[in-house]
Design a protein around this ligand. Structure first.
Ligand SMILES: O=C(O)CCC(=O)C(=O)O
Length: 308
C-alpha cells in the first residue's frame, strides 16, 4: 500500500478501521534470532527448522531477522539476491517461507533478503499468510547510509535501491506494519502506521555494536510508546567473526513501552504473548491521540524544514 504522510492522518481515526482480530486479539509471537552463515542453502534449511519449532510451540506470528539468508554486506547482496516476482522457482527463500507458513498454518513476517527486480536490488521483507500466500512485500524505505568515523561506516545505497511504499497488511494475527532496521529511526513511518490502525509494527533489523547498545531498545520503546502499539524487532544472532557484527537483542515491546520479551545476542527464539486489548486500554488510560495539538504543530512543518 503506497501512502504519503500528512499530519491529518495522524490526528484522525484511520479511514478504514482494522478488522476485529480473531481470538480476542491474543496471540503468540515468535521472534527467531537465527544465526546466519555464508551458505544460503543451509540458512534456508535452518530458518525452516526454527520456524517449525516455533510453530510447534504455539506461535501464530513468526518474525525473522533482516538479511537472514546472506551475510550482511554490500558484496553479498548481489550474489544472494532472488527475483521474488519471478515466482518461487527463482526465489528459494520465499518458496520455503510460503511452504512452511502453509504447512504450519502460521503468519510469517519473513525478515528480509536481497531482492533483484528490474535491474535493481532491494532489501525486502515478504509477509506470508497461513495459507502460504505472499500478502505483502516491504522494500526497505530508508537505506542505512552512515559514517561514524572509527566506529562504523556502511552505505547500503552502494548496492541497494530504496523502496517507495509503506506496508500495512491485514492478517489472521492483526494489522501489521512493516519496517526494516534503519526504518525504525523515522517516527513518521510508525506514526502513520498507527494512524492507519496497525496493531504491531515488525522491524526485522541488524543493529551493530556501536548503535545497538545505545539506540536499539530506545527506538523500539519510543515507537511503541509514542504510538501506543506493539513493536517487535528481530536481529540475526551475533557472529563475532562476521564482517558486520549484529547486536542481537531481539525484543517485543508493548503499547505502554514495556518489554514483553527480550534476549541477549545468542541464537534463540523468543516466544511471547501479545494482547491487542492492551492497546485500547493504554489509549483509554492516556488518550494522547485526541490530545494532540494539531493547531500548534504538525509533522508537515518538520518535513518542510528538513528539506530546506
Ligand atoms: O540504525 C542503525 O544504527 C543500524 C541500522 C542498520 O543496521 C540497518 O539499517 O541495516
Amino acid at each position: 500500500m503506497a501512502a504519503s504522510f500528512h499530519p491529518e492522518m495522524a490526528r484522525q481515526p484511520p479511514a478504514e478501521r482494522p478488522p476485529t482480530p480473531p481470538n480476542g486479539g491474543k496471540y503468540k509471537i515468535a521472534v527467531c534470532q537465527v544465526a546466519v552463515t555464508s551458505d544460503k542453502g543451509s540458512n534456508i534449511a535452518h530458518a525452516r527448522s526454527v520456524i517449525e519449532a516455533a510453530a510447534d510451540k504455539g506461535a501464530q506470528l513468526i518474525v525473522l531477522p533482516e538479511m537472514w539468508n546472506c551475510p550482511y554486506s554490500n558484496n553479498s547482496f548481489p550474489i544472494y539476491a532472488e527475483d521474488i516476482d519471478a515466482g518461487f522457482e527463482a526465489s528459494p527463500s520465499s518458496a520455503m517461507l510460503s511452504e512452511v507458513a502453509c504447512q504450519k498454518k502460521v503468519t510469517i513476517v519473513g525478515g528480509s533478503i536481497p531482492e533483484r527486480s528490474n535491474g535493481h536490488l532491494y532489501n525486502t521483507c515478504c509477509v506470508f499468510d497461513k495459507d502460504g500466500h505472499l500478502k505483502a512485500k516491504h522494500r526497505k524505505v530508508h537505506l542505512f547510509d552512515i559514517d561514524i568515523p572509527g566506529k562504523i561506516t556502511f552505505k547500503e545505497s552502494d548496492t541497494l535501491t530504496p523502496g517507495d511504499s509503506l506496508t500495512i497488511v491485514d492478517t489472521d494475527v492483526g494489522r501489521i506494519g512493516v519496517g526494516i532496521c534503519y526504518d525504525i529511526r523515522f517516527p513518521e513511518l510508525a506514526m502513520l502506521y498507527a494512524a492507519r490502525g496497525v496493531h504491531i509494527i515488525c522491524y526485522p533489523g541488524a543493529f551493530n555494536m556501536t548503535t545497538g547498545p545505545l539506540h536499539w531498545e530506545l527506538l523500539q520503546k519510543a515507537r511503541a510508546v509514542d504510538n501506543q502499539i506493539y513493536v517487535a524487532t528481530c536481529s540475526p544472532a551475533r557472529d563475532t567473526s562476521a564482517g558486520y557484527i549484529a547486536w542481537g537483542h531481539s525484543t517485543v515491546v508493548g503499547p505502554f513501552g514495556e518489554i514483553v520479551a527480550t534476549t541477549e545476542h545468542e541464537e534463540t527464539t523468543i516466544i511471547a504473548d501479545i494482547d491487542y486489548t492492551e492497546i485500547d486500554k493504554r489509549r483509554l488510560n492516556m488518550p494522547i491521540e485526541s490530545q494532540r495539538r494539531g493547531d500548534l504543530y504538525s509533522l508537515l512543518d518538520v518535513t518542510r524544514h528538513a528539506s530546506k
